[in-house]
Design a protein around this ligand. Sequence first.
Ligand SMILES: C[S@@+](CC[C@H](N)C(=O)[O-])C[C@H]1O[C@@H](n2cnc3c(N)ncnc32)[C@H](O)[C@@H]1O
Length: 393
Amino acid sequence: MDQITFKHDTVLSDVHMHRPNSQHLMMRLTSVGQPVFMSRFRILAESRDDSNSGKGLTNEEKQSSPRKGGATSHEQDEEGGSQENVEPFLDEDGDLDVTHRPRKNSVDDGGRDLVCPIILQQSVPDLEQDEEIVDDDDEEEHDCSKDIIRIEHTMATPLEDVGKQVWRGALLLADFILSNPDTFRGATVLDLGAGTGLTSIVMATTAKTVYCTDVGDDVLRLCSRNVVLNKHIMESTGGEVKVKQLNWLQHSLCTDVDMEFSWTEEEVADLYDNTSFIIAADVCYDDDLTDSLFRTLYRLCSSFNHTCTVFISLEKRMNFSLRHMDVCCEAYSHFKHCLTQLQDLEDGRCRFTVEHVPLNFSQFLLYERIEQLELWKVTASSLAFEQTQSDSN
Ligand SMILES: C[S@@+](CC[C@H](N)C(=O)[O-])C[C@H]1O[C@@H](n2cnc3c(N)ncnc32)[C@H](O)[C@@H]1O
């Protein structure tokens, strides 16, 4: 197997599309036979951006940064080839002759890199062994591994498996968390539709407990493995990621001890008593799922006895619609409709306020912060809690 086959319902995240060829290391196959790759996401630190004293890159700075324009979140140092061999000189008539530098990943398919995975191993390796394989390859990386998030993911999946890839919304939300660590410090957080778990892992660098949830054993296993791979990143703060099943289409949480990714009674109580933040990255792409996501948000928030803040990131994906005979994003329109419905809701239990979050926070991960990316904040206030507060005042 040396190339990925695309079928009509195959989707590939932009995050993985622009990866340099040399980084395509296939680790193993999932239990349903999909090739799993390893990507490393470097968290930019102080030394990488002197002008911004440790705050990563802001949107504007990124525009003027040499890394702008298509650089993705991965380690992209190889992008664009070397600076050598750029030698302008004059020919015998005095015309300027420029030798173009060779591109490292030169391809003849219109600029898009061909995906040629290198198979490292095909059985599921144990994690200790895997650590050795990755770290022995690059000692420098081993040294600053606290700055590198390693994520196993697939590269192209049918729609039902999109959670096995990393999406740009996850990187945007991770940036927001890294830019506002004090907001989430020590908190209990619920991540809905967490996929590979990248955002939960970043959240656990500051939060106390992150319930990292999705649906389906295969994606949850991939996610669990990523949590183990990145344990060292959370060690210093003591943050913990708990990978659990939470299906927006079901009302209750599974507490059956015989089921993988089920909840203990204590965890359920902790979730309801202490969750102060809910996060969700790139989860609004199908109207029925968006409806069930919003029903889940309503169900959870209205049963809390405290205020909860929800952050939802998304990417507006523009398509040509035959119905509208124009380019539009129907999934986005439906998302906005759900936000309005939530805000207008008057049930006597909970009040929701909605805000659009400006994307002027720093960029710690390298990816293209395209204008279609958005972040929304929903504040859910329990009316019973507000009443108790005002009575006690
Ligand atoms: C586009 S992926 C986003 C994954 C991840 N948050 C990211 O941004 O990389 C959408 C996620 O929603 C999850 N999802 C879809 N339907 C769901 C449901 N009914 N209950 C819970 N999660 C669901 C998928 O499994 C997938 O992980």
